[in-house]
Design a protein around this ligand. Structure first.
Ligand SMILES: *Cc1c(COP(=O)(O)O)cnc(C)c1O
Length: 432
């Protein structure tokens, strides 16, 4: 699943013992494995190879420019949702063919974002409403440019295992246009002079733990595309979105090949260019958040390990009730490496809540876990933290955001330095 393994009782990222990073940089710190990012990208590319898809990595998942550069080198395009993400991509690469594989999603694109994206020469917009389409067309005309768009349709499909906060393809969410309204949309805008509307986009949520919701949504999209073609529209591409799951626990996620086995046959020989927008599947297991135990505390018969990371560093448990495997980075003498399951119970383990120091009750990183006895100074790894980890970090409680490190084999380097207290107030200093 990744390149985080215990060797002689010490957690390694590839060939680097993670303690070595913390002893130089302190904690908390995000550590990413280059090889895991590359492996996960390649497995998706290989699994979907019969479709020769355009892979547009979702920048919002883990948007560090060094990670984007690495994925661009692998041939990835990008799925962006803001001007800031466009700037990140442009910082990572100037290759026009990569920029041509950028797709721009989101329900609230501003004029400035649209103008910049058109000027940069992105591949296409994923359009989410009629007014937005008209706005893109008007802005393109203003600067004398043309561009391309896919209509994001809402297929009314969802995965019951997906948290309600991350379900996007169900009726009544803010995303996309009801699939029933798509023919009228194409009738109104299919011959726009500024914006070639020749594609359909889906993104049904995240994470999706089986291929079935994709099959259902793609089947509906293909019916729509048939209908649109009968109506005389040239439909050249289908973007099936992201949402492929990751192993928050060992063996939980289908492999890229399991999704592809069901999806590829549906899309072969359809005369469609296929795009996919994976984020989590590539980045999640490629990162851990390392944190140190500050205090061991007992209260009302419960045990708490108070750590130096908090919801400000990793928001997912507080935001989505997400469960990450947490385990000491150094094992007690002779102990076996853990099974990466939330309910794993090591011999002699104790129940503990892992909590941060922020003044919020939701600042619990993991509740009711069975772990070897913890002491002040112990280093813990919060696994599967590469996706929607650092990118959601905040400075709440005036906490500087952590550093990010990229490991490659036996080497590691800082790809984002730890913020300082000066960084916290830098934008508030009086000018001059
Ligand atoms: C967030 C998002 C993705 C990526 O989702 P993952 O679950 O990380 O693969 C892809 N497409 C769109 C439109 C998104 O909003």
């Amino acid at each position: 699943m990744d390149h985080f393994d215990y060797k002689d009782g010490r957690l390694h990222c590839e060939d680097v013992p993670v303690e070595a990073i913390v002893s130089q940089l302190g904690s908390p710190v995000y550590v990413y494995s280059r090889q895991t990012l590359v492996d996960h990208y390649r497995r998706l590319a290989d699994a979907f190879a019969p479709l020769q898809p355009t892979i547009c990595y979702a920048v919002k998942t883990l948007g560090n420019i060094h990670v984007l550069k690495l994925l661009a080198e692998q041939g990835s395009g990008f799925d962006i949702v803001s001007l800031g993400e466009l700037a990140r991509v442009l910082h990572a690469t100037h290759d026009p063919s990569v920029i041509g594989r950028v797709v721009f999603a989101g329900v609230g694109k501003t004029d400035a974002e649209i103008l910049e994206a058109i000027s940069a020469g992105i591949g296409m917009f994923n359009v989410e409403s009629e007014e937005e389409f008209e706005n893109i067309s008007r802005l393109a005309a203003r600067i004398g440019r043309t561009t391309r768009a896919a209509l994001r349709v809402n297929p009314d499909v969802f995965d019951k295992q997906t948290h309600r906060y991350t379900t996007t393809g169900k009726k009544g969410t803010k995303f996309g246009v009801d699939i029933d309204r798509a023919p009228a949309f194409f009738a109104a805008h299919g011959t726009d002079e500024q914006v070639a509307l020749d594609a359909v986009h889906l993104h049904i949520g995240s994470p999706i733990y089986s291929a079935e919701p994709y099959v259902e949504a793609i089947t509906r999209a293909l019916e729509l595309i048939d209908r649109l073609r009968v109506d005389g529209h040239a439909i050249n591409a289908l973007n099936i979105g992201g949402g492929f799951a990751a192993d928050y626990e060992e063996g939980k996620s289908p492999a890229a090949a399991d999704y592809a086995e069901k999806i590829v046959p549906l899309l072969q020989d359809r005369g469609l260019d296929v795009l996919i927008e994976p984020g989590r599947h590539i980045a999640c297991n490629a990162g851990v958040l390392l944190t140190k135990v500050l205090y061991d505390k007992q209260s009302a018969g419960k045990r708490f390990a108070i750590v130096d990371a908090a919801m400000t560093d990793l928001l997912r448990p507080a935001l989505y009730e997400a469960e990450h495997v947490v385990y000491p980075a150094t094992l007690p003498d002779g102990e076996q490496p853990p099974v990466r399951k939330v309910d794993y119970k090591p011999p002699g383990g104790q129940l503990v809540d892992i909590v941060g120091g922020v003044c919020e009750t939701t600042d619990t990183l993991a509740a009711g876990r069975c772990l070897p006895e913890l002491h002040r100074g112990d280093l813990l790894a919060i696994f599967s933290a590469g996706a929607y980890g650092f990118v959601m970090a905040s400075q709440y409680n005036a906490r500087p955001r952590p550093a990010e490190v990229l490991v490659s084999g036996g080497d590691w380097r800082v790809i984002r330095r730890r913020e300082t207290t000066d960084d916290l107030i830098a934008h508030e200093r009086a000018e001059g």
